[in-house]
Design a protein around this ligand. Structure first.
Ligand SMILES: NC(=O)c1ccc[n+]([C@@H]2O[C@H](COP(=O)([O-])OP(=O)(O)OC[C@H]3O[C@@H](n4cnc5c(N)ncnc54)[C@H](O)[C@@H]3O)[C@@H](O)[C@H]2O)c1
Length: 261
C-alpha cells in the first residue's frame, strides 16, 4: 500500500526496502534536482541509501538533499554540468567521501526540444552518460554494482513521438547501445540497464500538457495517462537493486503500453 496520500502530479510512494540495498551505501543521481531524478533520489532515500545529487541547478540539488535528509539518510548536493569532464572528476572525488558509491543513475540530459547543432547535442546527451560512468569506474570501480541510464521510447521503440529535434531519439538510441556494450564488459560488475520512459509528468513536461501534440499522444497511450515521476523512479530503483541481480543489458519501457499499442 502507498505510505502517503498522492498529491497533484505526484504518484503513490511505496516502501522499497525489500529490494536488498544495504543502508548507507551511496547512489549518485545526475539531474537529481527535478522530476524523475528527484523522485529517484527520494525513493533511494526511503530504501536507506545515502544519495549524492548532481545537478547543474544548485538550488534544486539542495532542495532534493533537504528532502532526502528528512527521510533519515545522508545526502550530498553537488552543482555541476555533467558535460564538463573536469567537474565530473571533482564530483566523483566529493561523492566518494560520502561512502561506497555502489550505484549510479545517469538521468541528466537536455530536453527533447532543445535546439542547436545535432552533433554537439548528441555528444552532450549521450557522451555525458559515458563520461560520468567512466569516471565512476575509474574512481570507484571496486564498489560499482549497478548503473541505470535514462533512455526513452523515442529512438528505441518509436521514431520520436512528440519529439521535434532529431538529436533526441538519436541520443536515446545511443544511450541504449552504450548500456548494452557496458553490460557485456567487466563480468557484470556493474550490471547496466536502461529505462525507456514514454511520457512522464515532470517540471519539463507539465508545461506542455496543453500542447495539441501531447493531447494527441494521450489518445495513443493504452493507459490513457502519463506516468508520475514516482512510477518511473520505482522501475529505476528496481533495476538498480540487488533484487534485479540477473537483469543485465535490459531496456525497460515504462510507458503505459504506448510503444506496443
Ligand atoms: N519526462 C519525460 O516524459 C521523459 C521521457 C523520456 C525520457 N526522459 C528522460 O528522463 C530524464 C529526466 O527527465 P525529466 O523530465 O525528469 O527532466 P527535468 O527537467 O524535470 O529534470 C532534469 C534535471 O536535470 C538537470 N540537468 C539537465 N542537464 C544537466 C547537466 N548537463 N548537468 C547536470 N544536471 C543537468 C536539470 O537541472 C534538472 O534538475 C532525461 O534524461 C529525459 O530525457 C524523460
Amino acid at each position: 500500500m502507498p505510505d502517503s496520500a498522492p498529491l497533484p502530479f505526484h504518484g503513490p510512494v511505496y516502501d522499497m526496502r525489500a529490494l536488498g540495498f544495504a543502508a548507507g551505501e551511496v547512489v549518485v543521481i545526475t539531474g537529481g534536482g527535478s522530476g524523475i531524478g528527484r523522485a529517484t533520489a527520494l525513493a533511494a532515500a526511503r530504501s536507506g541509501l545515502a544519495v549524492a545529487i548532481w545537478d547543474v541547478t544548485g538550488d534544486a540539488a539542495d532542495e532534493t538533499a533537504r528532502q532526502a535528509r528528512a527521510l533519515g539518510v545522508a545526502a550530498l548536493p553537488l552543482t555541476l554540468d555533467v558535460a564538463d569532464g573536469a567537474a565530473v572528476i571533482t564530483a566523483w572525488e566529493a561523492s566518494r567521501a560520502l561512502g561506497h558509491c555502489r550505484y549510479l543513475v545517469n538521468n541528466a540530459g537536455p530536453a527533447s526540444g532543445t535546439s542547436g547543432e545535432f552533433a554537439s547535442l548528441l555528444a552532450h546527451a549521450a557522451g555525458s552518460m559515458e563520461r560520468v560512468t567512466t569516471g565512476w569506474l575509474e574512481r570507484c570501480g571496486e564498489d560499482a554494482a549497478s548503473v541505470v541510464c535514462l533512455a526513452s521510447i523515442a529512438g528505441n521503440f518509436q521514431g520520436g513521438g512528440t519529439t521535434l529535434q532529431p538529436f533526441y531519439p538519436a541520443a536515446k538510441a545511443a544511450i541504449a547501445g552504450y548500456v548494452r556494450w557496458l553490460a557485456t564488459r567487466h563480468g557484470g560488475r556493474p550490471r547496466a540497464n536502461a529505462i525507456a520512459p514514454g511520457l512522464a509528468l515532470t517540471p519539463r513536461t507539465i508545461p506542455l500538457l496543453e500542447h495539441p501534440l501531447v493531447a494527441e499522444t494521450m489518445t495513443r497511450i493504452p493507459m490513457g495517462r502519463a506516468a508520475f515521476a514516482e512510477e518511473v523512479a520505482s522501475a529505476i530503483l528496481f533495476l538498480l537493486s540487488p533484487a534485479a541481480s540477473y537483469i543485465n543489458g535490459a531496456l525497460l519501457p515504462v510507458d503505459g503500453g504506448w510503444s506496443i499499442a
